[in-house]
Design a protein around this ligand. Structure first.
Ligand code: NAD
Length: 481
């Protein structure tokens, strides 16, 4: 099957922080890939705005280098030259008035205007204000904001109010790149495009759900930021929470931004408080040449968690009694992001106890090897009696349907194209972010009040033993990392 790329309309995209790490690794290479695919029109203009003392020609060298390193596709050199023709650079000070008139002069007339704030959240307000004061953004313009969106409810509210002062909610695109992943959208297609799953999608048939985002990398290079944040703020409040919402939400009445986000919000609001004994926090220990967490962040008395596992409950009819186990951490055995929906065992087994029957498990894997599989029990072919075996049924059908892996947009590029199309379905709404902090805040405050110290865990393992016990006590097991 041939991939169907629908070009978006012409646009001017201003990337504030265009010389930064995120722009170089994700945003610029992602835009180039959309250019190569034909989705980004040749006339689209990309303006990088940052504090660095560059001119456009020097910046183009940076863009070429980042595309060569990170685009991950083969391309002809003419293609890169064509892309670079519409890339500009402007030196700007988000806190001052330098560069803003130059930026205004670069913007074109009739086309979509989008502004990507790939900078520290402290600059969101000053940028929004100047975009308006200098007459660069109008009431059709869109702004894209990066995580972290606040560090608690109060700061998230303040950010929302600051943005709302200059832009309507339908102009604000809060990025959570997990939502841009192909498989996350496939999860919605599988859930709501089939009759098969929805009748079983509840506490009566689902034993429990595991959401795992395990990283092998440590905090090096980000230690300062990370130590003020920790796994709860950096991962659970946003990425894991979004995955939980998509798994647990009621079917929206239509696949439209507010219908989907209304349902996600209801899930967050229905989350029960998590008692301390349902949470395990960890910090990685030293291994070989890599020092322990505390040494890496330069804070010997740090009580910030680099690992967290918790058991959550959703207080509604659908999920009463079904636990959601969430875990995420750094310096773990492998790099895995997945959701596993573990179904209950059949009410009565007609096979012998040692026949090999296992629960059905639907696994939505975001990385590595994006895809959806369903473990089903079948008879092992051949002679030898009724021996059962569990095999994964691949529901991605990537090979049968295409497009080739090269054509599937990466999360960032897909989301940027959605911004240009004006589709907010895969972006977080302000009230969703606030509700997520409302659930997270008391947990973090509890640790602070009790001076909670995270448990050390051996690097490159599955995390602290207490996390294994969290499930063991419930007669369950984490999936292997
Ligand atoms: P970075 O430090 O590498 O880059 C910051 C950019 O902001 C630079 O281009 C710098 O010139 C610009 N800048 C700083 N102060 C400025 C000012 N006063 N006026 C104009 N420009 C200014 O940061 P980054 O890693 O690219 O991250 C950018 C944002 O994205 C942050 O909010 C970060 O939390 C978020 N984020 C980054 C990643 C990542 O992988 N790097 C992932 C998720 C979210």
């Amino acid at each position: 099957m041939v991939s169907r790329v629908i070009p978006v309309e012409a646009f001017d995209l201003v990337v504030f922080g265009g010389t930064g790490d995120l722009a170089r690794r994700k945003i610029l290479p992602g835009l180039f890939r959309r250019f190569v695919s034909g989705q980004m029109p040749k006339s689209a203009q990309i303006i990088a705005a940052a504090r660095s003392d560059f001119d456009t020609s020097r910046f183009l060298d940076v863009v070429s280098a980042s595309i060569n390193e990170f685009a991950g596709i083969e391309f002809a050199s003419e293609m890169l030259l064509a892309f670079l023709e519409n890339v500009r650079y402007v030196k700007i000070d988000a806190m001052g008035s330098d560069g803003w008139d130059d930026l205004k002069g670069m913007m074109r007339g009739e086309c979509v205007r989008a502004f990507y704030f790939s900078v520290s959240p402290a600059l969101f307000g000053p940028l929004a204000e100047r975009l308006k004061t200098f007459g660069i953004a109008d009431d059709q313009s869109r702004v894209v904001v990066e995580k972290p969106f606040g560090r608690d409810l109060a700061s998230a509210r303040e950010l929302n109010q600051t943005l709302a002062h200059h832009f309507r909610e339908d102009q604000i695109y809060r990025i959570d790149h997990y939502l841009g992943k192909e498989t996350v959208q496939n999860l919605m297609a599988v859930r709501f495009g089939n009759m098969l799953f929805e009748p079983l999608w509840n506490a009566q048939y689902i034993d429990h759900i595991q959401i795992t985002v395990a990283e092998q990398i440590d905090v090096e290079g980000r230690g300062d930021y990370y130590d003020k944040s920790g796994a709860m703020r950096d991962m659970v409040q946003n990425h894991l929470m979004q995955l939980l919402c998509l798994i647990a939400m009621e079917p929206p009445s239509q696949f439209s931004p507010d219908a989907v986000r209304d349902e996600k919000l209801k899930v967050i609001r229905a989350l029960d408080e998590v008692p301390p004994h349902h949470i395990v926090r960890g910090q990685y220990a030293a291994k070989e040449t890599v020092p322990d967490y505390r040494e890496q962040v330069g804070n010997r008395s740090s009580r910030t968690e680099s690992y967290i596992a918790l058991k959550a409950h959703i207080k509604n009819w659908r999920w009463a009694g079904t636990p959601f186990y969430l875990r995420t951490g750094k310096r773990l055995k492998s790099r895995v992001s997945e959701i596993a929906v573990v179904f209950k065992e059949p009410p009565h087994s007609i096979f012998e106890a040692d026949s090999g029957q296992k629960s059905n498990t639907l696994v939505i894997r975001l990385q590595p090897d994006e895809g959806i599989t369903m473990d089903v029990t079948i008879k092992e072919p051949g002679p030898g009696g009724m021996r059962l075996v569990t095999v994964p049924l691949d529901m991605t059908f990537a090979e049968a349907l295409g497009p080739s892996a090269d054509d599937i947009p990466d999360a960032y590029e897909r989301l940027i194209m959605d911004v240009i199309r004006g589709n907010q379905t895969l972006f977080m709404r302000g009230d969703e972010v606030e509700a997520a902090w409302e659930w997270t805040d008391p947990i973090i405050e509890g640790w602070e009040r009790r001076n909670d110290v995270p448990k050390p865990y051996d690097a490159l393992t599955s995390g602290p033993d207490d996390a294994l016990m969290l499930l063991h006590r419930d007669n369950r097991k984490w999936r292997a990392l």
